[in-house]
Write a protein of this length. Structure first.
Lengths: 289, 279
């Protein structure tokens, strides 16, 4: 399912003294199957953009096209349920939203809300728990007896069980240890491929953005500052650094090294392998001359 | 580093009598003025350790001494004056309706005189550079600013030790750097002892000493140089290796004659520069 934000503006609490412009003139295309990363500081408008992706917010200017549906400022929206089912959002610290007696009931809650039968929901729960890498035995346990990492996976399974076409992840790895982070991201990346999902990842981690995303959007002060492929985004890191944003470790190191040695490597490296090859080449060339 | 400020002797603890030990026979010392990083995967026991140090729980076996006081139900209030704790979630530790009230909260609890209190509030907010936010409400602050207020609340009580229990893990990179820089300054200027419980290995690399926890046990103790020589072993423990160490390793594999594995990017660039300019 394609999603497209077209010149979207959003103001909170319009016509009150608290009116605040959160995002303006934001245009982002998310064709079906894209892995998009949205990056920006706290307060840059990332979360506001995210809430437009399944019509939790209605733009105050511009329009959002979600599949066949068009969300505009004027139209009173009815029947948004289908959109909510097709675009699943995994919010920050989703484990805080677990509430049921058992893991199975918690996972079934979403699909059943969308009119799926108990049997079907249970079938989906079983499949989803496997997809997030947990054993089936866990289904009968209380979610509150699980570790933090397991609770997060259960919460994610709850979103997967709705069988969305688009999955939106808001800082899915915050607070996890390095192994947990890598496991969760690898899991989303493989689900993205095998289930043909579109994935939107809102993150602070430049490493994850450059490793997993096809497209990156940088938000700054409520506007799209830059968009492009990881290569395009990180080939001029100076601008990002000026905004106080990080760049991937590899890019940062290349920049430091180029400055110190007064050289330019032949390209912007995004992986450890590319970078070390380039450095090795420079150093060896040096010895030869 | 002479007399230990905190001593743990054969400490064990469990939350649930039937489950495995959350901490199993852990012993180590913490010395005045050091920055000690405690690292380990989720569930390795490092947060339990923090809760025991601050007397939120007590050891099932073994004992903890803080500044000469053996921790128990009776002594916990005395010991807590020496240790301040900053927790993970900035939104869960703001109790006042303004920045000023929030910092005053702990002082009120300790029955500090009003005149003294007013002075300490200003003083500690100066130390974390938050004086311009005195009457701000918490929801107007960023995560990093909230954590700095939490730190002010802690240092207003003038503890010897500050424990950061994953205090930067919910912050964005800018907030994280803000908080760490604040703590570094406190350590530098007031000889504060810092215990930082963290997943962030770049941060741990800057500590004086690192303790690696695994499955409730103290797995290894050493300087950052010693710990990061563990290399793949760290990855097996669910941790990671800091970027400069990883990079030095791969460069060596690709035939560059680096003299060692570097913990900082600056040092690594330095060596590359030196060998490059000799060419």
């Amino acid at each position: 399912m394609d999603i497209s934000l077209q010149n979207v503006e959003y103001r909170y609490q319009v016509n009150t003294p608290f009116e605040r412009l959160a995002i303006k003139d934001v245009s982002i295309d998310i064709p079906s199957g894209t892995f998009l990363a949205i990056i920006g500081h706290t307060g840059s408008g990332k979360s506001t953009v995210l809430q437009h992706l399944n019509a939790l917010l209605k733009p105050t200017e511009g329009q959002v096209v979600i599949g066949e549906r068009m969300i505009t400022p004027v139209k009173k929206q009815k029947n948004l349920k289908e959109i909510r089912q097709r675009v699943g959002i995994v919010f920050q610290f989703p484990e805080h939203q677990l509430f049921e007696e058992t893991v199975e009931k918690d996972i079934c809650f979403g699909p059943m809300n969308f009119g799926v039968s108990v049997e079907e929901a249970q079938k989906r729960a079983k499949a989803a728990i496997g997809q997030v890498g947990l054993p089936e035995e866990i289904l009968s346990k209380s979610p509150f007896d699980l570790s933090g990492g397991q609770m997060r996976r259960v919460a994610i399974a709850g979103v997967l069980a709705m069988e969305p076409d688009v999955i939106v992840l808001d800082e899915p790895t915050a607070g996890l240890d390095p192994r947990g982070r890598k496991e969760i991201m690898d899991m989303f990346y493989s689900l993205h491929g095998t289930r043909g999902l579109s994935t939107v990842l809102v993150t602070h981690s430049m490493e994850d953005a450059s490793r997993y995303a096809d497209q990156i959007v940088i938000m700054h002060n409520g506007e799209v500052y830059k968009k492009g492929t990881p290569k395009e985004i990180f080939s001029s890191p100076e601008g990002l650094l000026k905004l106080g944003l990080d760049v991937p470790e590899v890019v940062r190191f290349q920049l430091k090294m180029e400055k110190s040695l007064s050289i330019r490597l032949s390209k912007t490296c995004l992986t450890m392998d590319e970078l070390t090859d380039e450095i090795a080449a420079v150093m060896k060339r040096g010895t030869a001359t | 580093m002479t007399e230990p400020l905190v001593e743990l002797k054969n400490v064990s603890f469990t939350y649930d009598a039937e489950a495995a030990y959350a901490l199993n026979n852990v012993s180590f010392n913490i010395y005045k003025g050091e920055w000690l990083a405690i690292v380990g995967h989720n569930g390795s026991g490092k947060s339990t350790l923090a809760k025991l140090l601050n007397g939120l729980h007590f050891p099932l076996e073994g004992c903890i001494t803080v500044g000469g006081i053996s921790l128990s139900e009776e002594t916990v209030w005395e010991a807590r004056k020496k240790i301040g704790m900053v927790f993970q979630n900035p939104d869960n530790q703001f109790v006042g309706t303004t920045v000023r009230d929030d910092v005053a909260f702990g002082l009120e609890n300790h029955g500090i005189e009003r005149s003294d209190m007013v002075q300490r509030v200003t003083e500690s907010l100066e130390k974390v550079k938050m004086t311009s936010f005195l009457n701000q409400e918490p929801h107007h602050l960023s995560g990093g600013q909230k954590q700095r207020v939490a730190i002010a609340g802690v240092i207003a009580l003038r503890p010897d030790i500050i424990i950061l229990d994953e205090s930067t893990s919910m912050l964005d990179p800018r907030g994280r750097e803000e908080v760490l820089e604040t703590v570094r300054e406190l350590k530098r200027n007031y000889n504060m002892t810092v215990i930082s419980i963290t997943h962030d290995l770049e941060e741990a690399a800057k500590a004086d000493r690192i303790i690696v926890m695994n499955k409730g046990q103290l797995y290894r103790e050493g300087t950052p140089e010693e710990i990061f020589q563990m290399d793949e072993e760290l990855v097996k423990l669910g941790l990671d290796i800091p970027f400069p160490v990883k990079l030095s390793k791969v460069l060596r594999e690709k035939g560059l004659p680096l003299s060692r594995h570097y913990l900082s990017e600056e040092e690594l660039v330095e060596e590359l520069w030196t060998s490059h300019s000799k060419m």
